[in-house]
Write a protein that binds this ligand. Structure first.
Ligand code: HEC
Length: 151
């Protein structure tokens, strides 16, 4: 093998090891992209893929979602979802800009429900898993709120 192809292989192995080793913590952008990719390809883990919101949007659901959002999410993600809540400052990776996320293609019901339920485990972030903190109904109300309330 020539010297340059040896170097190429070493770099390639390094990149692959970095990706599979969960080195995501240093590269929040990459883990965000990996999660978005999973969301778009419907390869969500644990039976989340394909789930849709069992509730239809209504003023009552939206208001329930707003109350839940203010109590559980706005500290990190900010009142308007811009990722600028007081607790969020200084977190690595930083809280997502939900207003932006909601305009992206992976912002489907199943993706949002998965991220709220399982929190930041998949991204190495400090976002709590809400499946043990909020009921399914409450998490679906939040999905509705994200859809209607983030501007
Ligand atoms: C302790 C701070 C914290 C709290 C509280 C929190 N989050 Fe997060 N959230 C984060 C961080 C940090 C990220 C970005 C890293 C990641 O994807 O986990 C994130 C990411 C997300 C994402 C994925 C965005 C993307 O890029 O696809 C969604 C959706 C989300 N949060 C919704 C919520 C909702 C809804 C709540 C309230 C029920 C909430 N978060 C509470 C810190 C928090």
């Amino acid at each position: 093998m020539s010297r340059s192809s040896t170097l190429f292989v070493i770099i390639l192995v390094g990149v692959v090891l970095f990706i599979v080793s969960g080195g995501m913590r240093w590269l929040p952008w990459f883990s965000g992209m990996a999660n978005h990719h999973k969301g778009m390809m419907s390869r969500l883990p644990g039976g989340y893929a394909g789930r849709t919101n069992p509730y239809s949007a209504s003023t009552a659901v939206h208001e329930a979602g707003l109350t839940l959002y203010s109590a559980n999410c706005s500290g990190c993600h900010g009142e308007t979802g811009r990722g600028d809540g007081p607790i969020g400052a200084g977190l690595v990776p930083p809280p997502a800009d939900l207003a932006l996320i909601m305009r992206m293609p992976m912002a489907r019901d199943d993706y949002l429900f998965w991220r709220i339920s399982e929190g930041g485990v998949s991204a190495g972030s400090t976002m709590p898993a809400f499946k043990s903190l909020l009921s399914e109904d409450e998490r679906w109300a939040l999905v509705h709120y994200l859809r209607g309330g983030m501007k």
